[in-house]
Design a binder for this molecule. Structure first.
Ligand code: UD1
Length: 369
């Protein structure tokens, strides 16, 4: 029987592995699957709550690497994952997304001659100052099976000279998760818990180093938030990194003085998606939220200069606004006046991406024997 290792480490990985684990369960007579959690994210609200919300089985192996600089974190994951890969000798390792856990485990697996699959391959922001872009480039360069979520990914891989037989357009596993959990999302009580009305608020998420690490960027953000009209509440599930930086730069009082701001802990999957689904708009620097808002047809203002997910702009509801106050004010005003971008759902964002991936992988792995 073939043995596959699925790796997850940080929050945005969990919604991507959930549908894969579900599909693998259906073929458990043909393939043994081990789930490895690197421990890159470890707080309850950054990790465990997602396992509960998404019914992901408890990891078989937990590496407990924790936080650190990029080099420290990546190296620690590699050290621990190598031991695990040597002990279990999987036929294939699956990594998802673009976090440090993704690149660390791909490097280890490839050097042990274990076949590598990357889910969410081919995305490119063309901005090498982003740690995630380096993680994407390296992971794709050394993977054997590249599963692509939007057509830009196919073009990028082709341009990079990746042989066509290595990459597959399968759609978006995050949307698999969203669709599978819609009934739960619709039952969430988060709106009443926070005393919110549908469309009476916007959601903010920020964690990119370029937006939250310097005092100057954080002050600019406070200025932007002040532009949001007082009648529109602003729900901010704050990432631990951002919370830490605000305290470090002694800006707590600046943010607390915003009267319409509702600061909350990072939310679990179900409550968070419910908040997004009923929001007037979302202001974010996340990767995944650009896709979820496109699917949910909620306007999304992305506080970045570029995106590795261009389909959310060409087909979806996303607009890149950076930290440009004028652009943000203009876009917010338009949304509040009801002038919203009407998006459409990209191809294969249909809840079946994981089905396609598991089918292809089983074929490839048995053909390769
Ligand atoms: C990581 C990913 C990023 C992803 C984001 C989603 C990389 C390079 N970055 O960024 O792509 O969009 O996750 O959240 O892999 N911390 C806690 N508790 C936790 C985890 C982190 O308090 O459970 C704090 C620590 O102080 C840590 C900081 O947050 O130093 C940053 O965590 P880290 O995993 O290094 O990067 P993220 O900013 O979360």
């Amino acid at each position: 029987m073939k043995k596959i290792m699925v790796v997850a480490g940080a929050r945005p990985n969990f919604m991507k592995i959930a549908p894969l684990m579900r599909e693998f369960r259906k073929v458990r007579r043909q393939v043994e699957v081990l789930l490895v959690h690197t421990g890159q994210h470890y707080d309850y609200q950054m990790s465990e709550v997602f396992f509960k919300d998404l019914d992901i089985p408890t990891p078989d192996i937990y590496l407990e690497v924790g936080s650190g600089s990029h080099a420290v974190q990546t190296a620690k994951i590699m050290l621990e994952f190598e031991k695990v890969a040597l002990a279990h000798k999987p036929d294939c390792v699956i990594v998802v997304g673009d976090v440090n856990s993704t690149v660390a485990c791909s490097l280890v697996a490839t050097k042990l001659n274990i076949r590598m699959a990357h889910v969410e391959a081919g995305l490119r922001s063309f901005d090498r100052r982003m740690p995630e872009e380096i993680n994407r480039l390296v992971t794709d360069a050394i993977s054997d099976y590249l599963f692509v979520s939007e057509t830009s990914g196919m073009k990028n891989l082709k341009k990079e000279g990746v042989p066509a037989k290595k990459y597959f357009y399968v759609g978006n596993v995050m949307i698999d998760t969203l669709l599978a959990h819609l009934p739960k999302i619709n039952r969430s009580r988060i709106l009443s818990a926070l005393n919110l009305q549908p469309r009476g608020y916007c959601v903010l998420t920020l964690h990119r180093p370029s937006n939250v690490d310097s005092k100057e960027a954080l002050e600019q953000i406070a200025g932007i938030l002040r532009q949001i009209p007082a009648q529109v509440k602003l729900v901010w599930p704050i990432h631990p990194r951002t919370k830490g930086k605000i305290s470090e730069h002694k800006l707590d009082a600046v943010f607390q003085s915003l009267e319409n701001l509702i600061l909350v802990e990072p939310q679990g999957y179900v409550d968070f998606v419910r908040l997004v689904k009923d929001a007037r708009f979302v202001l974010t620097d996340s990767g995944g939220i650009q896709e979820e808002t496109t699917f949910l047809k909620v306007p999304c203002l992305t506080m970045r200069e570029n995106t590795e997910r261009p389909v959310t702009i060409t087909e979806g509801t996303n607009i890149l606004v950076g930290r440009d106050l004028k652009k943000i004010s203009r876009s917010m005003r338009a949304i509040l006046q009801g002038k919203v971008k009407q998006g459409k759902t990209p191809k294969f964002w249909d809840g079946k991406a994981a089905v396609r991936i598991v089918k292809i992988l089983l074929q490839e792995l048995t053909a390769g024997k």
